[in-house]
Design a protein around this ligand. Structure first.
Ligand code: ASP
Length: 582
């Protein structure tokens, strides 16, 4: 037997027992005649003591050879510690070692394996197996496991069946590029890795499974952005014979269950907001509503004077920053610089200080009087002591810019509290989105999303105005899930492909299997998918998903530990009938 107990287990009640422990040497402290070792495993740390007077000499000598991360086994007696460590559960006892076996040595690790490490991100990812020995990373993985188990329990109890769908498939457009896999047996042909199991889950509904879920890897070859992984995990779900309302209720239930079970937080019914409202009030389709700072549109109260910047703008929009009137000139200049950075892209910023005495001082006092500024304060909900920040220009652009400023300031003001949870549904997304580059409409969600029946007529006249039965679940400023009611009849699906610029042949070629299935009695259906990595990170009170993935890729999409992607050898290429022309 390698061990009788774990390193997180022994307490004062075990004093006097002979035990066997195994684990890694976290630290040694050598006083010559006495030596202490912190022995670590997944469950905790137990202190070992080697004492010249009580530990056999041979064992004492062996202990002197121990280095960090050696794997050892010890036998000894649990004794009460003289100087107790209140910070760890095993801190009242130690093991008086009688026998030490070195199970394996270790070379010096490249970073310290303690809660606070000196290792940088890349180094920690290269030696991820060492990083996983650290409590914060290990605890994140255990936390993720707990969330996944709760999801499975909850959905299974509600009658959802977990079904595995294939990984080698044909391309499913979800707006990103596919990763492809060459087929050796079929020269010149390729599989695609799923961007999501979208079409399969719909086919499972046609198959009568009624309620499906799957915790599943998805793959998207998107341009790299901080904290985006080319492979990620979804909680993918689909239900038959449902309307939007049924889906919102079902998955609000799941999320509420998770918040309760995992975080011990009770949340009220999720507020719902239309996409239009979210854009108008927060400039963002995933608003963080843990704090206010809602936008106020000022066109009506700001375009009547000689200030051409505002007069020429499509939208003049402002937001009140709590307590901001005390900002110095320098601090405000810094904010203006911040919004003018290329990443944000504003051309400038007008501001109004709302003085404690009820008067206003603005950067455009030349053009506007106190009466005007009072109206701006009303429109933005600004109170005495606030600072109103105002941007103007193209509607979509200024909303995005002001939203960036809102998030930045909220962060600086400490309004984004990780232990506070503010979920909401954003509904009524547009069906289509105009793409300037290709000069075409794209499906905003995906091509299987159903238009709102009452908007169908607009498809021909004003496609950009058509709303979809599509919804996102938003938590603390992050989209954690999204889905839609699907099209379930062939004619509407064909019409949709037509609007997306597919010829009937192309549609048939790519999606014939789905449209055929729709001819055999497809039930009305809909669903959604949660991003598990992000959900877990948020529930865990953290921002980066990488810390919750056992073996993540870096920001360039590389696995620096196994060194992937990498070249393959000539023979493999030949077998696959691939020629590289580099
Ligand atoms: N397949 C969609 C996605 O990956 C989710 C859904 O519509 O159910 O975003």
């Amino acid at each position: 037997m390698y061990r009788t107990h774990s390193n997180g287990e022994l307490r004062l009640t075990n004093v006097g027992q002979e035990v066997t422990l195994a684990g890694w040497v976290q630290k040694t402290r050598d006083k010559g005649f006495m030596m202490w070792v912190d022995l670590r495993d997944r469950y905790g740390i137990t202190q070992l003591i080697f004492d010249e007077e009580r530990t056999p000499k041979e064992m004492m000598d062996k202990a002197k050879t121990l280095g960090r991360e050696f794997v050892i086994q010890v036998k000894g007696e649990v004794i009460e510690r003289i100087s107790k460590n209140k910070n760890i559960p095993t801190g009242e006892v130690e093991i008086l070692v009688k026998e030490l076996t070195i199970l394996n040595g270790s070379i010096v690790p490249p970073f310290t394996i303690e809660d606070e490490t000196d290792g940088g991100d890349e180094l920690r990812m290269k030696y991820r197996y060492l990083d996983i020995r650290r409590a914060p990373v290990r605890d994140n993985l255990i936390f993720r496991h707990k969330v996944a188990i709760e999801v499975r329990k909850y959905l299974s109890d509600k009658g959802f069946i977990e079904v595995e769908t294939p990984v080698l498939i044909k391309s499913t457009p979800e707006g990103a590029r596919d990763f492809v896999v060459p087929s050796r047996m079929n020269e010149g042909q390729f599989y695609a890795l799923p961007q999501s199991p979208q079409t399969f889950k719909q086919l499972l509904m046609v198959g009568g499974l009624d309620k499906y879920f799957q915790i599943v890897k998805c793959f998207r070859d998107e341009d790299l952005r901080a904290d985006r992984q080319p492979e990620f995990t979804q909680i993918d779900c689909e239900m038959a014979f449902v309307e939007q309302e049924d889906i919102l209720n079902a998955f609000e239930g799941l999320t509420r269950h998770l918040l309760k079970e995992i975080n011990g937080v009770d949340v009220a019914e999720f507020p719902r907001m239309t996409y239009d409202e979210a854009m108008k009030k927060y400039g963002n389709d995933k608003p963080d509503i843990r704090f206010g700072m809602e936008f106020g549109e000022l066109n009506e109260v700001a375009q009547h004077k000689e200030f051409s910047v505002f007069n020429n703008a499509e939208l003049v929009v402002g937001m009140a920053v709590p307590g901001g009137s005390s900002y110095t000139r320098k601090e405000i200049d810094k904010l203006i610089e911040w919004v003018k950075r290329p990443q944000v892209g504003a051309s400038g910023m007008v501001y109004v200080k709302c003085n404690e005495d009820g008067t206003f001082k603005s950067s455009v006092d030349k053009f506007y009087d106190q009466e005007d500024l009072t109206k701006w304060a009303e429109a933005t909900g600004a109170k005495a002591g606030d600072l109103i920040c105002i941007l103007s220009g193209n509607t979509d652009k200024v909303r995005t810019q002001l939203s960036a400023l809102r998030m930045e300031l909220a962060e600086r003001l400490g309004l984004r509290k990780p232990t506070e949870f503010a979920p909401l549904w954003v509904v009524d997304f547009p069906l289509l989105e105009w793409d300037e580059e290709t000069k075409r409409y794209h499906a905003m969600h995906h091509p299987f999303t159903s238009p709102k029946p009452e908007d169908m007529a607009l498809l021909d006249t004003d496609p950009g105005k058509v709303r979809a039965n599509a919804y996102d679940m938003v938590l603390n400023g992050n989209e954690i899930g999204g889905g839609s009611i699907r099209i379930h009849d062939k004619a509407t699906q064909a019409l949709m492909f037509d609007h997306l610029g597919f010829t009937p042949e192309e549609a048939k070629e790519q999606f014939g299997f789905l449209m055929n299935a729709f001819e055999y009695g497809a039930p009305p259906h809909g669903g959604l998918a949660f991003g598990l990595d992000r959900l877990v990170a948020i529930l865990g009170g953290q921002e980066t998903i990488r810390d919750f993935i056992a073996f993540p890729k870096n920001n360039s999409g590389r696995d620096v530990m196994i060194d992937a992607p990498s070249k393959i050898d000539e023979n493999q290429l030949k077998e696959l009938n691939l020629k590289l022309d580099l």
